[in-house]
Structure formats: C-alpha cells, structure tokens
Design a protein around this ligand. Structure first.
Ligand SMILES: Cc1ncc(COP(=O)(O)O)c(C=O)c1O
Length: 398
C-alpha cells in the first residue's frame, strides 16, 4: 500500500476510476507530446478551460454584459464542493500571497507578537509576515535539520504566550513534505492563534477538507494543481476570519452601498458584512471563466480518486529513483507525510544538467535547490513513470 492510500480508499472514488485515466488525458494535449511532471511549477489547463474562456469572451464581444456574465457565484460553489467548505466563506482572490495577507493586514498586531513559519517555506509566502517587522512582530522558525519536514512537536515547542499566527504550506514546494496541518488547531488549544495555510501545492490534487483542517485561511492561486491558470485563486476562510478580519483594501466590491453619495458628502461608508468585503474589485472575467471549467473537471474526477492515483504513481517514482541511486526526500514507504511531489537529489550528478537533458527527451520536471522535483497530477500515468525512469537510467551515473 502506498502511504496515504488507506485513508483515501475509504472515500468515494469518482470519475478517474469510472472512465480510466486515459479518458482524461485527452483533456490535456500537452501529455501527448510531453511526459509532464511539473504541476508544482505550472499545472497545464485542460482543453475545457480554453473552450470555456473562448465561449465567455465570445459572448462578451457579441452581447451586452448582464448579471449572468460573471461566474463568481458558480466558482464559489464549485470551490466549496472541492474542499468541503462553505460558499459563504470562500473569497476569490488574485493570488496565494493575497490570501495570506488577509491575516497579516487584517488583525491588529502588537510589538513582540510572534509568527511561526517553517524554514523551507516558499520565501514569497513568508514575505507578507516580514512586512510586520516594523510593528515589532518576530518570526519563530521551525528548523528542518536535514529532515525534509518536521513534526507537530517542533511546532508545539515554538509556541509561546506571544504566538499570534502560524503559516505553513499543506505540501511544501521544495521537498514535497505534507505537513500535519489538521493537528495545528489542537496544538494551539487555548491560545488565540491565527492559522494560515498555503495550499497551492495541494488544492486540486489531494482531498482537502476545509473544516477538518481547521485553519483560518486556506489559500491557493489557480495556476498549479487547480489547473486554472494565472489570475484567480481560492481562499477558504474560517467563520471568525469571515467575521473579524478587517479588509486591507477597499473598492467597489467591498462596499455595502457603493453608489451611495453620502460616502463623499458625509465621509461615511460601510464594508459589506459577508466574505465579499475581501474582494476589492471585479476579477478578470477570463480567469474566472477558466477556473469554473477546471473546477468542473476536478470535481468530475473527484479528489479522492485523484489523490489515490497520484500517491500510487509517486510511490512508484520514488522507488524507481531510489533504485537508480537517488536520495529521495523522506524516502520511507510507511511515512505519513508522503505527497504527490517527489523530490530527489544525487551525490554524484549535476541535476540541473540532468533536468535539461530530461527536457530534451520530453520529460518536464523542475530543478529546485540542487534537486529534481516531480509534481504529479491526474493526467499522469504508469507510462510516464516508466518512461521517466528509463531516461534517468540512461542519463544518471551509476
Ligand atoms: C508554495 C507556494 N506558494 C505560493 C506560490 C505562488 O504564490 P502567488 O499565488 O502569491 O503568486 C508558489 C508558486 O510557486 C508556491 O510554490
């Protein structure tokens, strides 16, 4: 059994098992030309994304805009289904960093407040917290110590009466570590801590349950595992985040009564009370059209089925890499923090060269901090794994 599979097997299996993975691959023409193992960098948008964007734009050039043009409400509903959340607590955001900033800019900070992050976090996701340094807010950093991960005890050790927030990715961008996010809330029991989770390396490929995760903000832009390109993302908020966070920006969408002249004449305005007050303005229509198509596809496939599928392939890839002499991050088949992101180093080879050679052989993966990173999604199959391992066997030193 591949790690994680037992948990996933109990969930309902969806479309992947019904039509077979080859049926879905036709939605991703890139997979007929490339062995595409790089959704951790960019997830290819399906053909239906392109068609939906084209149809939406065609309508915009042919007909007047009306209330049915915008697909925001539909996207909110689909996103809620994908992560078992509440559409009334889903905000459509332009980026992951914007989602994180809902908390950095949305609460009142005091000098001496502390924020816990992980040493190997994606640096731009830590930058919003560093913006708080001039308010006297300090970072407490979970040390990796060569483990490519950490334990919940590492988090517990860093908590203090001054801890105000924790910000950790669900799946790490650089080593594929799947963090124990669902345990954070209980470890913070009795403390007033805001929990923020960057889910861009996981949303769309692993089953996520916003309620079970128990975080205040779960955020992901569309362009990786949501297969939804740039410009539109999803932030799922807890009830207290929805109720209590103060918007950092204001514009048409955030206002209760945007056309009210008293805003100017009497210097009065009120924010909307619902989650839309975090949406400063209208998002790019094509980005939202495309997101709708991609969420449709992911829901038809079912994230339980996708998760089972990618974890099995990840297990095969990790085994094969190890047999070829690669050091696979956290290589331990019983390890519960396994994800669909497989990362491997090699003592004797320059992996940037290997990555370039793989690309020449039509295998797409990333080179990050000295190692190869493979990010798997629903369109990958066993042939992709076999082909990649065969190329690596030819390219790698013995
Ligand atoms: C872990 C992680 N977070 C966030 C991002 C992107 O952030 P944003 O949506 O703010 O551009 C990336 C992209 O590479 C990432 O790997």
């Amino acid at each position: 059994l591949v790690p994680g599979e037992a948990a996933l097997q109990s969930e309902e299996l969806g479309y992947v098992t019904a039509v077979g993975i080859d049926g879905l691959r036709s939605e991703f023409p890139v997979t007929s030309e490339y062995c595409y193992l790089d959704a951790s960098a960019y997830g290819p948008t399906p053909t239906s994304y392109m068609q939906r964007v084209a149809a939406g734009l065609a309508r915009l050039v042919e007909q007047p805009i009306d209330e049915t043009t915008s697909r925001d409400e539909s996207v909110r509903g689909l996103a809620a289904r994908l992560i078992h959340g509440d559409p009334e607590r889903i905000s459509l955001v332009p980026s992951t960093g914007y989602g994180i900033s809902l908390v950095t800019m949305g609460i009142t900070w005091s000098a001496g407040d502390e924020v816990v992050v992980y040493e190997r976090e994606y640096p731009p996701a830590v930058a919003p917290w560093l913006m708080l340094r001039d308010k006297g807010v300090r970072l407490e950093v979970i040390q990796d110590r060569g483990r490519d991960g950490f334990s919940i005890d590492d988090v517990a050790e860093l908590l203090s009466p001054r801890t105000r927030a924790i910000c950790i990715s669900y799946v790490n961008w650089e080593n594929g570590f799947r963090a124990p996010i669902e345990q954070l809330r209980s470890v913070c029991e009795g403390r007033d801590v805001w929990i923020v989770c960057d889910a861009i390396q996981a949303m769309g490929v692993l089953p996520l349950d916003a309620e079970v995760l128990g975080v205040d903000v779960l955020a992901a832009q569309g362009f990786k595992y949501l297969l939804a390109g740039y410009g539109c993302g999803i932030a799922a908020l807890s009830q207290r985040a929805t109720d209590d966070l103060r918007p950092a920006h204001v514009g048409y969408r955030a206002l209760q009564d945007p056309d009210n002249a008293s805003l100017v004449t009497e210097s009065r305005f009120a924010f909307r009370e619902d989650v839309r007050r975090f949406e400063m303005s209208t998002l790019s229509l094509p980005a939202v059209f495309g997101m709708e198509a991609s969420l449709d596809l992911l829901l038809r496939a079912g994230t339980a089925a996708i998760g089972t599928h990618v974890l099995r392939l990840a297990g095969r890839l990790a085994n094969g890499l190890s047999e070829l002499g690669y050091e696979v991050a956290r290589f331990d088949p019983s390890y519960e923090h396994q994800s669909h992101v497989v990362v491997a180093g090699h003592r004797d080879s320059a992996l940037d060269t290997i990555q370039a050679q793989l690309l020449q052989r039509r295998v797409v993966c990333s080179f990050r901090r000295g190692r190869l990173r493979f990010g798997l999604h629903l369109y990958n199959n066993d042939q992709d794994i076999d082909y990649t391992l065969a190329q690596l066997a030819e390219l790698s030193p013995r």
